[in-house]
Design a protein around this ligand. Structure first.
Ligand code: GLU
Length: 550
């Protein structure tokens, strides 16, 4: 049997050969320096924080170089695949507003000329290249069973040797075509392995765009390239896909750095140009003083849906991710607060080599700043969308009290230094519920009266305020002026300085009086600006709320 016949026999019924695909996916017509980058998630669980981190990073690289950013779904591990895995990935990118030039846009549709963008639909393509390798004696069928491999692993462990299928351990490597053919005729199951031309004794240098120069031994392991189910392994699919899709920069998690010798060797064996590689470090968490990678299993925040639920605006989230991508982003943003995220230029040089620490406090801060900057109307619309999914009670209130809600959100917003009252969509309602009449039925013992607690005194203050000093039409200055006069009348200090000098001369001070009014209206001793609350509630509601206490 010739090698060609052997290859035909092992990989039958393949319509097209490698030449066909090489022509079908020609070099991209892009300008000098344009980067072709991708994110390649597997639909094996919820979308990981790291995937979006990578998305923010590479989208920026593509945009700023007039390049291409595409998404490739890596679903060759069908045992681990989850239902709706692909939709979840598409939705996540949509939710974060990370647009891609090419890739799946629904479970069955895609855009771009270099697809299919999902590996399970690329079987024929992989096979064409496997066939080519067999013909060139760079791949062979291997019959070693999982049990035998387990035994091999055990043996290597005992000998404290290097693990893997190489050298004399790669026992099927030297089977003749006839011997292998015989086994197949006898019904023995097989996979296809790459026949590594490498020598482990050789050290070679690789240039990683993030990690710099790394020295590693040449690969000599005969890795599986085509599994028993006819699908490729990651190693092979990576090489074929990134070649045919003309990826210029493979940006991926640094758990793959150690596989670089395998991948470079395969690129070369196939006669492909080797892309550039960048292995940024993952996002880390600190636990018991030790750093570890953020993990799907242990960290709820690894699941990006968590942030959606809490209601961190996407913009703040993306800003946060950018601070992790490039260490100089924050400084740039401080100087350019009105620019867009894409105006910042991501560089490999400024990527963190050792892994950035996940920092929820920072996310909250960015979120606070962002929510303080948008208009009340925009905030309202965002809350409407968020609450529709996560808080139906609040949603109803927002719909029934649109004008009022916007006024509440607008308290001290239109100012040079707006208040930063809200850190997420989910913490708006707990901060303002008392403004909605239908929610304001608080038992008296829960009112947070502070210094002034006596019922008779409270009643007196409220009565005097309502009958003599409250006027719906007052401006803030007029209102405050009257509060002072009232203080004098009731024996409280209207001036804090005077009070501090002679506290014994007074029953209390203007802050204590304000607290009484504030608590009477809201039950809380801490609220946004009292004057605004009075304005929004209006005379009738103020009277109703006071009368409960008078
Ligand atoms: N599917 C691989 C992963 O999720 C992608 C690695 C790569 O970007 O090449 O780890």
């Amino acid at each position: 049997m010739t090698r060609k016949e052997w290859a035909d026999f092992l990989v039958p019924n393949i319509k097209y050969d490698r030449e066909y695909y090489e022509k079908k996916y020609p070099k991209r017509d892009l300008s000098e320096g344009a980067m072709v980058v991708r994110v390649a998630p597997s639909p094996t669980g919820f979308v990981h924080f790291g995937t979006i981190f990578q998305g923010v990073m590479v989208q920026n690289l593509a945009k700023n170089s007039d390049g291409i950013f595409y998404i490739r779904i890596e679903d060759t591990d069908q045992k681990r695949e989850i239902e709706n895995g692909v939709e979840q990935i598409i939705e996540a990118f949509q939710f974060f507003g990370i647009d891609y030039d090419e890739g799946m846009i629904s479970e069955n549709e895609e855009k771009g000329n270099y697809g299919p963008y999902i590996q399970s639909k690329r079987r024929e393509i992989y096979c064409a290249y496997v066939k080519d390798l067999i013909e060139k004696d760079l791949a062979y069928p291997s019959f070693t069973t999982p049990e035998e491999l387990e035994r091999l692993r055990h043996e290597q462990e005992i000998r404290k040797g290097r693990m893997g299928y190489y050298g004399h351990y790669a026992k099927d490597r030297n089977l003749s075509i006839e011997e292998a053919f015989e086994k197949i005729k006898n019904g023995e199951k097989y996979v296809i392995r790459f026949k590594s031309p490498g020598n482990f004794e050789n050290k070679i240098a690789f240039q990683d765009l993030v990690k710099g120069k790394v020295m590693m031994p040449e690969n000599d392991i005969d890795h599986i390239i085509l599994k028993g189910d006819g699908l490729p392994t990651y190693h092979f699919a990576h090489v074929i896909d990134d070649h045919l899709m003309h990826t210029t920069h493979v940006v991926r998690g640094d758990e793959w750095l150690s596989s670089l010798p395998v991948h470079v060797q395969m690129f070369e064996a196939l006669g492909f140009e080797v892309p550039k590689y960048a292995h940024p470090s993952p996002i880390m968490k600190e636990e018991d003083g030790k750093r570890r990678k953020i993990s799907k299993r242990k960290d709820p925040e690894a699941d990006i849906r968590e942030f959606k639920k809490i209601g961190i605006p996407v913009e703040a989230m993306k800003q946060y991710l950018m601070t992790l991508v490039n260490s100089n982003y924050e400084e740039w943003y401080e100087k350019n607060p009105d620019k867009e995220l894409d105006d910042f230029k991501v560089t490999f040089k400024k990527m963190n080599i050792s892994g950035s620490l996940f920092d929820m406090e920072k996310i909250i801060n960015l979120s606070k700043n962002f929510l303080a900057k948008i208009t009340a109307e925009e905030f309202y619309n965002r809350l409407l969308l968020w609450s529709e999914e996560f808080d139906s009670e609040f949603h109803e209130l927002l719909i029934n009290h649109k004008k009022e809600s916007i006024s509440i959100l607008n308290i001290e917003r239109d100012e040079e230094k707006p208040r930063k009252d809200y850190s997420s969509y989910s913490n708006v309602y707990p901060a303002i519920w008392y403004m909605y009449d239908e929610k304001f039925n608080v038992p008296l013992e829960n009112y947070e009266f502070d210094k002034i607690k006596e019922k008779s005194e409270i009643s007196k203050i409220l009565t005097v305020y309502l009958t003599k000093y409250y006027d719906e039409k007052d401006s803030q200055d007029e209102w405050f002026g009257k509060m002072k006069v009232m203080c004098d009348e009731l024996g409280y200090a209207s001036n804090m300085k005077d009070y501090k000098q002679n506290p014994d001369n007074y029953k209390g001070n203007i802050a204590d009086i304000s607290t009484v009014i504030r608590v009477a209206l809201t039950s809380k001793k801490q609220t946004p600006n009292l004057f605004d609350i009075l304005k929004i509630l209006g005379a009738q509601k103020i009277e109703e709320r006071f009368s409960k206490l008078i």
